[in-house]
Design a protein around this ligand. Structure first.
Ligand code: NDP
Ligand code: AKG
Length: 480
């Protein structure tokens, strides 16, 4: 067994795994970010046992204890945002400003939930029976298993870990294998925050081993997952079979509608940001650009030019707008869908080719397709790359129908100067989040996040709504 400097954190101790994995920079595959421990199933079970043993004590911790720990974590993340942002960009490939921005968001999330820990409340109700008093209170669920994806290596862990701890649960955190660096740095900060041993545990390793062990173990009473539809369904099945709570966030095929009366510059900006920034690797990314006929030619011309001008490069280089794709297999998926779109008759008007730069990396020029049909397969599936498809619509009603014609329902955007259409769209878009004259991606940290249909299952994440998942309700009757 090798001695990696990045070990797992279990029961307050740093423990070597049964193996280790190299973390490679997608901007420069010669750059090794570090070696990170890999747990096996017995080590994962050890982490679960530690969280299980710590759960009763942490459930009885005071709101002040929880708030202090979370606030300390948030403060250190914010103080180190440049350094941690660089690490994040180096391992995941989003640009440095995006990486630093994500770290700042994670810090703000911990600060927010520090305050939420102090705001826990319940209801006191009159009974229908004389002399009886009723109280409705919230209690921690117990041990929660948190399984996170690679595309937001610190923000998604933050928005699961912070509410879990704030509401008195203990945590076993399994980050995605591609991005252990940010997870480990976050765990190291948490390890010095004053939490009792076993309250927070980091277990790095493959989803098929560590993730699966979390799904199987009856001591894990709640599972929060973000990632692909296929894995999400496994999580749901396992949770249902053994009666655990679960919460799934599984992506989208988000529409960005542009109406004739839209401001052209706003629409182009929303599409470029929503579809291509973060290399399109966001579950909130806009990939179906639904455009009414009057503005279609003008928008196509402006968008084609803007797409061609995007600077793809090393994530840490000043001026880079689009970093590399996260790894070879995601790049292969993007290229497969670009080939499929062409085969389906979509017209490629910009990008779509890999790029060879001075350093070896997974570079892809953002691809823009025109004259697509919403029924084409590449307009149905989540690609998770910098690929956008323009779909013409006859009018607003047709655009709305196309926007809703998808198995997913995460975010839905519209660009328009019509208050009437904006209001109607807000009401009738079948999505968990609606954006008017704003990109579909890029959300606030203090409000609910989640979707409908195939995008999400279970209670919402983030904001005060997070309490729904990370607590269980108790109704007490008292006859004094
Ligand atoms: N909605 C979203 O935000 C995201 C959507 N995706 C979509 O998913 C596709 C594939 O990405 P990928 O990272 O492979 O997604 P996965 O769903 O495979 O990964 C998400 C998390 O689940 C873990 N996992 C994998 N298998 C299991 C299992 N059997 N039991 C428990 N946990 C498991 C992964 O571990 P590990 O990877 O470490 O093995 C990772 O931590 C993307 O192309 C994209 O379409 C991806 C990321 C985010
Ligand atoms: O758009 C955002 O700000 C969040 C996106 C996200 O959470 C995701 O892609 O998983």
């Amino acid at each position: 067994m090798s001695q990696t400097s990045h070990a797992n954190f279990i029961a307050g101790q740093w423990l070597q795994g049964s193996g280790e994995r190299a973390n490679i920079n997608p901007s420069d595959t010669n750059d090794l970010v570090g070696h990170y421990a890999q747990a096996d199933a017995p080590q994962t079970e050890r982490a679960i046992a530690a969280a299980h043993a710590a759960a009763p004590g942490w459930a009885m911790s005071t709101p002040q204890q929880r708030a202090d720990a979370l606030d300390r974590i948030g403060s250190e993340i914010l103080a180190r945002k440049d350094e941690l942002g660089e690490l994040l960009s180096r391992e995941e490939g989003k640009t440095r400003p995006e990486g630093v921005g994500e770290v700042a968001r994670a810090g703000a999330i911990f600060k927010f939930f520090a305050q939420e820990a102090l705001r826990q409340c319940g209801d006191k109700l009159a009974s229908v029976r004389p002399g009886v008093e009723i109280e409705v209170t919230r209690e921690p669920v117990g041990v929660v298993g948190l399984i996170t994806p690679w595309n937001f290596p610190i923000a998604i862990p933050a928005w699961k870990i912070a509410p879990a701890l704030a509401f008195g649960n203990t945590v076993v955190f399994k980050p995605a294998e591609l991005v252990p660096g940010s997870a480990w740095a976050l765990a190291e900060i948490i390890s010095r925050s004053g939490l009792p041993d076993g309250v927070f545990n980091l277990v790095m390793g493959p989803g098929s081993v560590v993730g699966q062990a979390l799904l199987n173990d009856a001591r894990v009473q709640a599972l929060s997952f973000t990632g692909s539809v296929g894995t999400g369904q496994r999580v749901a099945q396992a949770a249902v079979m053994r009666g655990a709570k679960f919460q799934l966030e599984m992506g989208g095929k988000n529409p960005q509608v542009v109406l004739d009366d839209a401001d052209l510059a706003t629409a182009v900006n929303c599409i470029i940001q929503g579809a291509f920034y973060s290399t399109g690797q966001r579950c909130t990314a806009a990939s179906r650009i639904i455009v009414t006929k009057g503005i279609y030619p003008k928008l196509l011309e402006a968008l084609t030019q803007a797409t061609r001008e995007l600077r793809v490069g090393h994530a840490l280089e000043a001026g880079t707008q689009i970093g590399p794709v996260v790894d070879e297999s995601q790049l292969a998926q993007d290229l497969r869908y670009i080939a499929l779109a062409k085969a389906e008759g979509a017209r490629l008007v910009a990008g779509g080719d890999t790029l060879t730069l001075a350093q070896p990396g997974h570079y892809l020029q953002p691809a823009l397709f025109a004259d697509c049909d919403n029924a084409m397969q590449h307009c149905r599936d989540e690609i998770f790359g910098p690929v956008a498809s323009l779909i013409p619509a006859d009018n607003y009603e047709h655009a709305l129908a196309l926007a809703n014609d998808t198995p997913f329902g995460l975010a839905s955007g519209i660009c328009t100067s019509s208050l009437k259409h904006a209001s109607h769209f807000k009401r009738h878009a079948q999505a968990g989040m609606v954006m008017v004259n704003l990109p579909t991606a890029g959300v606030d940290y203090h409000v609910p996040f989640g979707g409908r249909k195939g995008s999400s299952m279970g209670p919402r994440e983030q904001g005060s709504y997070a309490a729904e998942f990370y607590t269980t309700v108790k109704t007490s009757y008292l006859c004094p």
